[in-house]
Ligand binder design. Structure first.
Ligand code: ZN
Ligand code: ZN
Length: 335
């Protein structure tokens, strides 16, 4: 009586339903970090995924988590695939049952006392498998400097998903972009918070600006550390946090290139850079209160001992610009 259904069930037992994933207009398709704490969504170029990526290891561009390639489906893709596969199977079973009912009914003798008929209720049309659509294009496209795989992210990325390479340039640019966008967003943040509390708005924005100063110096320090170590004549051991101090760091570059910060910036710019570096030092170590060391090292005559320094948006922008000039010089000379 249920020949078709039994046959269909037997066939389904060995069926693999494969559901294709679509790429966006630029040929990228979605991936997601399998680490539950991260779940960072990114895109990889389809050609590179097939050509360069290894089944045994793919990396999350955000957290660096390494896992097998089959674990990088996005939550959306898994849900979509599950739904389509279920509907596909339901459709097949439903059709088989309808066919069984039809052949059962056709075999019933006509005109007897008892008439039997079987009907399968509901309407489950046979489903076609539709490729899972891709999210809209991400603006930031990156090509790994090591393996040349192309990937795309929103916000920041630190690791190549294909080879796991952590690019010093990439990391540095991410941080600088973040700092710049924080500074640019301060007027909006202030305006929004002002509606809640003027004190809160002022404090939050001040903290943010000061953080930009701290972050810029850390980014510069890390960038210089790595770039310096790439040079064949670099010393094997340099003082801890050498590049947070302009005199010590500057001396290290001078030894390698026979020129340094003072050649790359004007006198006035270098003096301002030094003041901003020293102010960063105060924020880090004295909560911004001017001490004797600051006065001696910065030659900043705007403050007296015991005052607290004031950092404005324009100072943060100025520091970022100096840092960009210096790192451009370093990059060109190391290459
Ligand atoms: Zn991750
Ligand atoms: Zn790579």
């Amino acid at each position: 009586m249920f020949e078709k259904l039994l046959k269909e069930l037997k066939q389904l037992d060995n069926t693999k339903i494969s559901i294709p994933i679509d790429t966006d207009e630029n040929g990228f398709f979605d991936r997601e970090c399998p680490d539950e704490e991260c779940m960072f969504v990114f895109k990889v170029h389809e050609e590179d995924w097939e050509k360069n990526f290894k089944d045994e290891s793919v990396f999350c561009p955000m957290c660096g988590n390494e896992s097998t390639s089959d674990t990088f489906c996005t939550t959306e893709q898994v849900d979509n695939a599950h739904k389509q596969a279920t509907e596909f199977i339901e459709g097949k079973i439903h059709k088989a049952m309808k066919d069984d009912a039809k052949s059962f009914n056709s075999r019933q003798p006509k005109g007897g006392f008892i008439s039997m008929s079987m009907s399968v209720k509901g309407h489950t049309p046979q489903k076609l498998i539709i490729p899972i659509p891709s999210q809209e294009i991400f603006e930031q496209k990156i090509k790994c400097e090591k393996c040349e795989s192309r990937y795309s992210v929103i916000g920041s990325a630190f690791f190549c998903p294909c080879c796991g390479h952590n690019s010093v340039e990439q990391t540095f640019n991410n941080t600088i972009n973040k700092i710049e966008s924080s500074i640019n967003n301060i007027p909006t943040i202030k305006k929004t918070l002002n509606e809640l509390s003027k004190d809160q708005a002022e404090n939050t924005c001040q903290t943010l600006i000061e953080k930009c100063l701290l972050d810029s110096v850390v980014a510069f320090q890390r960038y210089c550390d790595i770039m310096y170590s790439k040079h064949k004549n670099a010393k094997l051991k340099v003082p801890f946090n050498a590049f947070q101090k302009l005199d010590i760091g500057g001396e290290l570059w001078q030894e390698l290139f026979n020129e340094s910060y003072q050649n790359w910036l004007s006198d006035t710019e270098y003096k301002r850079l030094n003041i901003l570096f020293q102010r960063r030092h105060l924020l880090q170590h004295t909560e911004g209160i001017v001490d004797e060391k600051y006065i001696a090292k910065s030659s900043d005559n705007k403050y007296k001992l015991g005052q607290r320094i004031v950092v404005k948006e324009k100072d943060a922008i100025e520091l970022v610009n100096y840092i960009k000039t210096l790192t451009t010089q370093i990059r060109n000379k190391i290459e």
